[in-house]
Design a protein around this ligand. Structure first.
Ligand code: TRP
Length: 327
């Protein structure tokens, strides 16, 4: 089985875009691959985040991912900071990557633009990400389109490391899902659904109640020509509703579009499909949350499994660069 690894920031409530765009795929990858999923709390330190808030969000992210269907029997779910090799490996890779290539990262440029003081961690963020990946000999890295450049950098740095020190690291490949899993804001269908930018009404949270989901879908912005047709260019709002219903019921967008005459009927069915899609997640979340010891125990197990792999890779890399092993 090939190894996959992906990471998610503990950034709070997951929304439908996170679920359909990423986590849904993580869940299905569990059986076909040897899957490692990492909650990247160290990466979250590059933001201004309250310590108690970070701790709570890291725990709750695990709860959300487990509720969404990650199964500790079938994958390794762990917290990045629980495996100390991440920062150790990041240092070896920082001594491989260059300022020039990090300066070209568009995410760094966006996040640092206009700031008069920029943290070093924000600059080296993609190197830590490369370390996350190579520690697990990951061949495939399922990520969103916005992470393509970071993956290119990871490939580049891993390749350079190998060129210099021998075939030590597996050079990873990005696995970006085909279009279709792009969930747009229900109020502003020209932009991606996002927790930070969207209006509350435009974002369906994974844990929204059935009533909230229904209200948001019914209020989704469409258009006034009253013709049901899948046309993301000129009818982005309607196309988004069609896509959501299609993904939730595993049908094609054409099939969905051809089954409706009226926007209202389409919205009612879309809301219902989303309610049913998310219902088991809410139920499972509540069950898991009822036992406060459950998540810490599962994460401890994940950290143990992850450490076995990561420590072997790090030892190999440390030996290769010439660090004197401790006996
Ligand atoms: N930077 C990624 C994001 O913001 C999160 C991440 C950290 C990640 N480490 C990773 C993704 C390793 C894939 C593999 O989405």
């Amino acid at each position: 089985m090939s190894r996959v690894l992906s990471g998610i920031q503990p950034s709070g409530d997951l929304h439908l875009g996170n679920y359909l765009g990423a986590i849904h795929n993580w869940v299905s990858d569990q059986d076909a691959h040897d899957a490692y999923y990492c909650i990247v709390d160290l990466h979250a330190l590059t933001l201004d985040i309250d310590p108690n808030e970070l701790r709570a969000r890291t725990h709750d992210s695990a709860l959300d991912l487990l509720a969404a269907g990650l199964d500790p029997e079938r994958c390794t779910l762990f917290v990045q900071s629980h495996v100390v090799e991440h920062t150790q490996m990041a240092w070896l890779l920082e001594c491989t990557a260059t300022m020039g290539e990090l300066r070209r990262m568009t995410q760094f440029k966006d996040k640092s633009a206009g700031q008069d003081s920029v943290r070093v961690g924000l600059f080296t963020y993609p190197v830590l990400q490369a370390a996350d990946i190579v520690l697990y000999d990951a061949e495939r890295v399922p990520v969103g389109d916005d992470q393509r450049q970071h993956l290119e950098l990871a490939r580049e740095v891993a390749g350079r490391f190998n060129h210099r020190f021998g075939e030590i690291l597996v050079v990873p490949e990005a696995a970006v899902p085909a279009a279709g899993a792009r969930v747009m804001d229900l109020q502003h269908p020209e932009r991606k659904m996002s927790k930070s930018v969207s209006s509350p009404l435009g974002t369906v949270l994974m844990l929204d109640s059935p009533e909230e989901i229904t209200r948001k879908v019914k209020k989704a912005v469409t258009d006034t020509d009253n013709e049901v047709r899948y046309d993301p260019e000129s009818k982005p709002g309607l196309a988004n509703v069609i896509e959501l219903l299609a993904v939730a019921t595993q049908r094609t967008t054409d099939d969905v579009a051809n089954s409706y005459e009226r926007y209202g009927d389409l919205k009612v069915d879309c809301a219902e499909a989303l309610v049913e899609l998310l219902r088991p997640i809410r139920t499972r979340r509540a069950e898991l949350a009822a036992d406060p010891g459950a998540v810490p125990a599962l994460l401890a197990r994940g950290a143990h499994k992850a450490t076995e792999v990561a420590s072997a890779t790090y030892a190999r890399a440390a030996q290769a660069v010439g660090l004197l092993g401790r006996s």
